[in-house]
Design a protein around this ligand. Sequence first.
Ligand code: HDD
Length: 704
Amino acid sequence: MSKVKTTNNSGKRKQEKGSALNGDSPLAVGGELHQIAGGEHPALTTNQGVALADNQNSLRANPRGPTLLEDFILREKITHFDHERIPERIVHARATGVHGFFELTASLKQYTTARILTEVGEKTPVFTRISTVAGGAGSVDTPRDVRGFAVKFYTKEGNWDLVGNNIPVFFIQDAIKFPDLIHAVKMEPDRGFPQSATAHDTFWDFISLTPESMHMVMWIMSDRTLPRSLRMIEGFGVHSFRLINDVGESTFVKFHWRPKLGLQSTVWDETVKISGADQDFHRRDMFEAIAAGNFPEWEFAVQLFTQEEADRFPFDHLDATKLIPEELVPLQVIGRMVLDRWPNNFFAETEQVAYCPSHVVPGIDFSNDPLLQGRLFSYLDTQLARLGSVNFHQIPINAPKCPFGNQQRDGHMQMAQPSGRVSYEPNTLSENSPRETPVKGFHSAAVTETGEKGRIRAESFADHYSQARQFYLSQTTYEQAHIASALVFELSKVGHGHVRKAMVGHLRHIEKDLARRVAAGLGFDKMPAAPEAAAPVQAMEPSPALQIIGKMKDTLMGRAIGILIANGSDGAVIKTIKKAATDAGASVKIVAPNVGGAKLADGSMLAVDGQLAGTPSVLFDAVAVILSSEGAKALSTEGAAIDFVRDAFGHLKAIAADKGGQALLKIANVGRDAGIVDTSDKDAFIAVAKTRQWDREKSIRTLA
Ligand code: HDD
């Protein structure tokens, strides 16, 4: 039987261009690459370095016979493949990771010895991983969920991991409740769903029995959990930490990240549709921004306060369900973080990166927050289970970029080859082995602990409603309405009536009108009883810094504009709108019924970026509709075109339309308001495109 040619792999591959994205490299691990004589490619080898003559066919006893056990090439390849997956993170499995740098702009020398916080102008490499919490690694980017915000600083004094969220408070006060919280929020164990959603019985059952979670509930029901882009979220270290200076004095600190592009979220209906249109919406957005050189940036800010100041706060700062309002302790901006390089390899970096809140550097220490104290144990433990070895710190993404060494030895996957006979300290036999550094080394804060040992929750942790109320009252009327609608949506997915009632009972302590709206939305004819509050609800000044709308920036930087066209559209109008949007900092995509392009009025062909059905308006911040009258007619029976304009309107976006565009709007029954402008006034379009049309909302959605 003659041999059949099974592949042609002699074709040249183009190296990808792009400053921030890395080109292909054949092997990430060191070692010599075998060049095929006279060829351009390195030789394909086994893991033992044996060059392969044939990677298309396994070894058979005869051309149509059984495969032979002897085929070590097949066995090595399949075995490696079978072991490719490692256990995914129990939480925060789905994520986007990016390299970048941190630069200090103001020194905290007075408060800390940590170089990263004292050397102004010094750039420290970072790897930042932004995640959802509940969904698995393959889940969508856009459920209603908290976003993890974890930053690994590769400082000259060791790695510092600031493992925070995009919300400054947490559900629970004590780490011992974390497994219960996560079991309640994850898919229900008997049925295996829902994947990555809080809208189900077990979550709300647990929450309704956990009054300390009420403040966090207000945050997760707000649009904070529906970010427009990962580049437009805040980050918080959540807990109080300590800074320690050169004379051993300690100051409490809270850490904050503030996005340069401003805060921005989507509305719920938009989020739901984005999840279908692009499951990788946030990851793709970040990838495209980095590829285009639009590097996202965050300010790094601190809130500093002393023990005496903390003693005067009307809450306990060691309780992670409380935040310190900016109005009480102002934020001081001390640095910036820029993310500017996409990883070479998702698994090697984003998957294998291991963050631990216990990774701090000299000059930074922990507070007694019981949630933080539990986390100091949990993360190291999880990395051992997940990465399979005590040597996970040797994986390149986890290895410090400063010199490091000790007498720890051996273990699974040991990559280092320490020489010499000494593997202990102190010793007299080796001059070069690592020793203690009494002055520069890590010192814990000299804190005196007194009091009774026991499983006791401090009384200062008893107030569960005051800050929840403060958060709600600090919102704009639109944001309050979104919180109420979110609660109605979520609780409507809860089958057990007693859980729905219990939740509304809690809301009565937070704000009467909120409780009334949610009770009405759930169809209650009688207001459920409020549970007894463990502490009286205090009146706290509203804090506008807690809004999203108040923190949106009037800009098109980092935003996206979609232009819907069809055959016969006017090229000059398209060009004008595109230029105006790009000049204002937006990225622009042309959307048309056919991916092959559109034939414009002047007969020329225009390339398109997205086909209509696959590129709905939910993927943009504002849209333009530029059509000939024939084009409008052709699209009038296209559901995707009708949805394009209806959704843009319903999601409070600006719409620019020429005559044909207006015709489509009319067919789609889209009303007119200040957010709908003529394409002839490009400046008016850019002005309205920079924001959402909040006033429109009351005409399309029940907000009461
Ligand atoms: Fe956690 C991962 C943030 C409480 C136990 N957590 C994880 C990640 C983030 C946070 C951002 C993903 C890190 C990455 O990208 O790899 N977690 C928080 C915040 C909390 C918090 C802001 C409260 C303020 N976590 C918390 C508690 C416990 C854990 C109380 C356990 C007692 N968290 C874990 C974990 C994870 C984790 C199970 C899963 C994967 C990992 O650690 O590396 O150990």
